[in-house]
Design a binder for this molecule. Structure first.
Ligand code: GDP
Ligand code: IMO
Ligand code: MG
Length: 436
């Protein structure tokens, strides 16, 4: 198998960074295909912890080529700062193996301004709780056909004209929100030194990836956010503005869907959400606090406490369906240690009766409530387990229960943030490591 998508099966922060890093030991190229610096993917390698926002999670594997695909929105300042931070930490040959699509859209100051002003002025029930990184307005510009693409950094005069036109279309919005409109000249002045750094990395990344696939190189397509935050398939309107699902990988990387061999969905052993929107299995009791404290559930980008709750199997089945998930990586199983009983949502009661499919458009409405099954907990720490048999029986039963309920095999179980704290059952680039 040569190209593999890693996709978030929940509301983001499932541990995609760790899993991409694990499988990337066997990959030649890693591509981010959607989103921008709203993502925060954590890598823990030895004593080093790194949160990448725009850079693909393969960046700490020195042999791996890293690609920012054209489905992304790229903030030039964040990109250059991330590269410099890695260099400060002593990592070498970063720019040499980094390729930025010249068709990726740029996040510019006015996008961040609009995102921030909108969020702070929206009535409470309408605020999305965005990361305020300018994501929504940058994608709005893209579909409105007033966006500025990375390739335009090559010609600052042309860039200035494009920015002028974009500012003109944002003018009424910014003024209505009480903001001060920047001038194109001041933005271009700030962008000039960043452009000098980014232009050498600009590439027709679709062509690069096509030739990688043809040469049978192993390509990892790294999702950001998660299925339930996807613009089409998420809990709209409380979603992000990009195609986070696996189908977005073909568009966002510029390869045909038939070039993708395997889709791996990442799910935590419980659920979290950061930002507003429906979260039916949310807990506001001691179990919720346990998940937040033990799981250190605080946003990697914004530091906001994440909302926590039980695993939602109808939602996971839904994610398996809309992404075509071949196998799951189950993360943070260790965080459940110490809970007497563990609840799992297996169905929903709705005014029309009990349903086993996720009633996604009804979530949050009166009379739509999760139905739980209770499973036995365990007390033993799991971090040292390297094969399934080293897990306590109740933890193994939890994994089996999940596999049966969603009719999808578990390819990997993660029992801690570090590389070693992982039980690999199947490696899509290599094959089956252990029969589950
Ligand atoms: P991503 O956005 O999907 O890459 O996930 P984040 O990095 O935002 O959040 C996942 C958090 O969980 C990070 O702090 C990881 O270091 C941590 N993590 C990942 N896998 C595990 C695990 O199996 N157990 C524990 N305890 N932490 C994990
Ligand atoms: P990773 O890749 C978790 C959420 C925000 C907000 C909504 C819209 O680390 O899993 P946006 O700034 O995108 O307009 O915000 O989406 N959100 C995420 N939540 N993980 C992420 O990324 C997220 N990216 C966006 O909190 O609710
Ligand atoms: Mg994250």
């Amino acid at each position: 198998m040569s190209s593999v998508v890693i996709v978030g099966a929940q509301w983001g922060d499932e541990g995609k960074g760790k899993i991409v890093d694990i499988y990337t030991e066997f990959a030649d190229v890693v591509v981010r295909y959607a989103g921008g610096p709203n993502a925060g993917h954590t890598l823990v390698i030895g004593d080093e912890k790194l949160v990448v926002r725009l850079l693909p999670s393969g960046i700490l594997r020195p042999r791996t080529q890293c690609v920012l695909g054209q489905g992304m929105v790229v903030d030039p300042r964040v990109l250059v700062d991330e590269i410099d931070e890695l260099k400060r930490r002593g990592h070498k040959a970063i720019e040499e193996r980094l390729f930025v699509s010249d068709r990726a859209h740029l996040i510019l100051a006015y996008h961040i301004q609009v995102d921030t002003l909108r969020e702070s002025s929206a009535p409470k029930e309408r605020a999305i709780g965005t990361t305020k990184k300018g994501i929504g307005p940058a994608y709005e510009d893209k579909v409105r056909r007033t966006g500025v693409r990375a390739g335009e950094l090559r010609d600052l005069k042309q860039l200035s004209l494009r920015i002028e036109a974009a500012i003109e279309s944002w003018l009424p919005t910014i003024e209505k929100l009480g903001g001060v409109v920047p001038t194109a000249a001041s933005l271009v002045e700030e962008l000039a030194p960043l452009a000098a750094r980014i232009v050498p990395m600009l590439t027709d990344t679709s062509r690069l990836l096509d030739s990688a696939v043809r040469q049978k190189k192993r390509v990892m397509l790294e999702g950001a956010q998660g299925t339930l935050l996807d613009i089409d398939h998420g809990t709209y309107p409380f979603v992000t503005s990009s195609s986070a699902v696996a189908g977005g990988a073909a568009i966002g990387a510029g390869i045909g869907p038939n070039r993708i061999d395997t889709v791996i969905g990442i799910t935590k052993a419980y659920a979290t959400r950061v930002g507003a929107g429906p979260f039916p299995t949310e807990l506001e009791d001691a179990s919720g606090a346990h998940l937040r404290d033990v799981g250190v559930e605080f946003g990697s980008v914004t530091g906001r406490p994440r909302r926590t709750g039980w695993l939602d199997l109808p939602a996971l089945r839904y994610a398996c369906r809309v992404n075509g998930i071949d196998g799951l990586a189950l993360t943070k199983l260790d965080v459940l240690t110490g809970l007497g009983t563990i609840k799992v949502c297996v169905a929903y009661d709705t005014p029309a009766g009990r349903v086993h499919d996720l009633p996604i458009d009804l979530l949050g409405r009166a009379g739509v409530t999760p139905v739980y099954e209770e499973l036995e907990g365990w007390k033993e720490p799991l971090e040292a387990a390297r094969v399934l048999d080293q897990l306590p029986g109740a933890a193994r039963a939890y994994v089996r229960f999940l596999e049966d309920a969603v009719e999808t095999p578990v390819y990997l179980v993660s029992v801690g943030p570090r590389r070693a704290e992982t039980i690999v059952l199947h490696n899509p680039f290599v094959g089956r490591a252990e029969t589950p």
